[in-house]
Design a protein around this ligand. Structure first.
Ligand code: ADP
Length: 443
């Protein structure tokens, strides 16, 4: 940063200096020329008057210093020159200032010397006898003048560069310092430069995103920990029950007529364990988030299969299962979709009343397929309605367990639905029944 500031400051200093020098020199040059010319014309007037009054003798006594004085005859012959031998000099009839003076009484001309390093100024005045008196002086050109002030300009340039470096160093430190003390924990609380507000807003946005991700990760971890604890507990209960019954049987403590009830109990608990483990495996598969192969699946066919599988438990409760609608195909994972429909229908039978109904309806439009499972069962209390989709959450633990529930059915429905981008809604009223709908988008 210092380097960049130094570079721009130095460049600025050099440009300002050069431009300044140029302007000052041009002004000075013009001014010097004016003064010199005025002096020369005064000298010329003086000399003219002298020559008019005293003739050539005046010139012989005259000390003009650096200034050259030439007296030219009417026909251009040089009559006198204070710096050269008049006789050996060229005829001056073609000189511009001479011709002008002859014509108008006064003439003036500027000529550069061959080297261009100098410029000659000529002023000429016609005297009353027709001769012309000319005065000439040399003046430095701008180039020469520039050469003369080169050294001071270079020195000023070096000083300017040193000052630039110091100022650049200080400035960049001053600019950077507040940036080094930015509070990145609270990006929007910084009041530093207006220019970096968009950057700070972006940092703030990213921070929020990271915070969200972290809290999601922590939440996920917490959920997994709770899930593992719940799993161990849920597995232990049927195992203890199996071990208890088996021990009684082993020690011959069960009466002959009760034996089949005990073995039946063991079988039922073992079946529960199997379905629990199947559910856990299914959920961890969904948790892993791995891609499962999708294919066209007809939900109507799956509903028919589920109804078929539930024939026995439905008959035991005298519950009628009816499927409405028509073939409704979506692109999905068959095993997950089967699970969704089976779990919903299973719950609709399990939590139904004697002689109740289960209606499975499939409707479709261009964008979606809607699966609705409605029962006339016991219903779910308002306060439990959001929680029934949590893992192992049951409204009535004993009822669920007796019915062979694992407490995982609806959380599998929720996850499998999410996997298919489906929207799930639940409506329920105590003692009237429950309706759960799953709306699958058709891709
Ligand atoms: P479970 O294996 O216990 O049935 P679920 O996750 O399928 O576990 O359901 C969670 C809880 O929601 C159940 O224990 C039950 O209390 C309640 N529930 C689910 N479906 C119904 C329904 N159709 N009618 C009444 N209650 C239901």
């Amino acid at each position: 940063m210092t380097k960049r500031i130094f570079r721009s400051m130095s460049l600025l200093a050099i440009i300002v200096l050069l431009a300044g020098t140029f302007v000052v020199m041009a002004t000075l040059y013009g001014y010097a020329t004016d003064i010199q010319q005025e002096e020369m014309s005064a000298q010329l007037r003086l000399a003219s008057r002298g020559v008019e009054q005293s003739g050539a003798s005046y010139l012989n006594d005259l000390d003009m210093g650096e200034t050259r004085l030439t007296w030219i005859g009417e026909n251009g012959t040089v009559l006198y020159d204070n710096m050269a031998d008049a006789a050996s000099m060229d005829n001056h009839r073609d000189r511009e200032e001479f011709r002008e003076a002859l014509l108008d009484g006064y003439g003036e001309s500027h000529r550069s010397s061959t080297t261009l390093a100098e410029k000659n100024i000529y002023l000429a005045q016609r005297l009353s006898d027709g001769t012309v008196l000319r005065i000439a002086a040399t003046q430095d050109t701008i180039a020469q003048l520039s050469l003369g002030i080169l050294l001071p300009v270079i020195m000023i340039l070096i000083i300017a560069l040193i000052i630039s470096l110091l100022v650049a160093h200080r400035t960049s430190r001053k600019i950077v310092e507040p940036l080094n003390h930015l509070d990145l924990e609270h990006p929007l609380n910084n009041r530093v430069y207006e220019e970096i507000t968009p950057l700070l807003s972006r940092i703030d946005g990213q921070r929020k995103q990271i915070d969200l991700q972290i809290s999601e990760i922590l939440e996920g971890e917490q959920m997994r920990r709770e899930f593992s604890a719940n799993v161990s507990h849920e597995l232990k209960t049927p195992l203890h029950s199996i071990m208890g019954s088996a021990e009684l049987l082993e020690n011959g403590l069960v009466k002959e007529e009760d034996r089949s009830r005990f073995t039946g109990h063991i079988r039922k608990e073992a079946a529960r364990l199997v379905s629990l483990i199947e559910d856990i495996i299914r959920l961890s598969q969904l948790d892993e988030g791995s891609e499962l192969p999708m294919e066209p699946v007809d939900l109507y066919v799956l509903a028919e299969d589920a109804a078929e599988m539930l024939t026995v438990p439905a008959k035991e409760k005298n519950v009628t299962i009816q499927i409405h609608g028509e073939s409704a195909e979506i692109n999905g994972v068959p095993s997950l979709l089967r699970e969704v429909i089976y779990n919903l229908c299973d719950n609709a039978v399990k939590y139904n009343v004697e002689g109740g109904r289960v209606d499975v309806t499939l409707t479709k439009d261009k964008e979606s397929v809607l699966l609705t499972v409605a029962d006339t069962g016991i219903g779910i209390p308002k306060e439990d309605q959001v929680r029934v989709f949590e893992r192992f959450y049951r409204v009535d633990k004993a009822h669920s367990r007796n019915a062979g529930g694992t407490g995982l059915g609806l959380s599998i429905v929720k996850h499998a639905g999410k996997y298919h981008n489906a929207v799930i809604s639940l409506e329920s009223e105590i003692n009237r029944g429950t309706t759960i709908s799953v709306k699958f988008p058709v891709r």
